[in-house]
Design a protein around this ligand. Sequence first.
Ligand SMILES: [Zn+2]
Ligand SMILES: [Zn+2]
Length: 336
Amino acid sequence: MPIVIRSRPVGAECRAAKVYNETIMRIIPIVLPTPYPVGPVNAYFLPGPPATLVDCGPRTPEARAALEAGLAAAGIGLAGIERLVLTHGHVDHFGLAATVAAASGCRVYAHAAEVPKLALDRSFIGPMRTLLAEAGFPASTGDRLLEVLRRYRDQFEPVAPTDLVTDGDRLSLADGDLTVLHTPGHAQGHIGLWDGRVLIAGDLLLEEISPNPLVEFGPDGARLRTLPALIRSLERVVALDPAVAYPGHGDPLERPAARAREVIRHHEAREAHLAAVLAERPHTLREIAAAWFPGLEEMNLILGLSEVLGHLDLLEAHGRLAAERRNGVVYFSLAA
Ligand SMILES: [Zn+2]
Ligand SMILES: [Zn+2]
């Protein structure tokens, strides 16, 4: 009987393997170091054929060495990869994509909404500056952020997908098909892969942290409502009720639907807390973020603002948010 092969025999995985030892899909996790606060990232090798890699880690020598070692342990070299699937356009997941594509000539699959991020498009900087000004930050905050982004840029290399995938598309492998699930929220074009029992989840579902509804703008510069979208994606996990989920960070999740429900409840509690804060008096985005996430700066500031914006968006979606502009700064309050 075919079994799941794993490169890391840790406790959670052994239990997951027991739950799931009747799978026909071989999924080999490869853990890659990142220089980011999130810690290591997971790539997954599916032997296929075609030899398929899901995500590939950041563009660092350490991650490349770990990826090559992980693939070698699975009996393949970088040059043997035939298909690279990117769950989303965050650098911890796709940084080495151009390297893998150059070494192998593989096809690169991603959702269309991630193409600008994979191309290192910087058109979000204008809307981001506007957002910071409306939140009550001085222009110098935007300048500093821009500088940080410029500094980061050297670490990245753009990649253009050869194949754009969307919800319901099927990826064939010798040992079964995977269905693409479009699961927006953490990233607008985030995708998961689903074989009917197992979910390769990317950053949709993580054990330790609730994925950030990272602020994002559409092609017209309008801000997307990322947290309401994330919650709909999590509700989809609840409905699918996978036997196991392979996340973008950390060990496999044995009870993905329960974890998804937990994250939804966390956001509901946060929304209720925010409603109580706004019931006292109108607040700016900056004031709320400073109270919830003191001391945040640079990239972490964006994460903190994204969380608060997400919960403002939930209040808005439920018809409970009012906004008023004073001298270019937006004050939020509870709708009467
Ligand atoms: Zn991510
Ligand atoms: Zn990630």
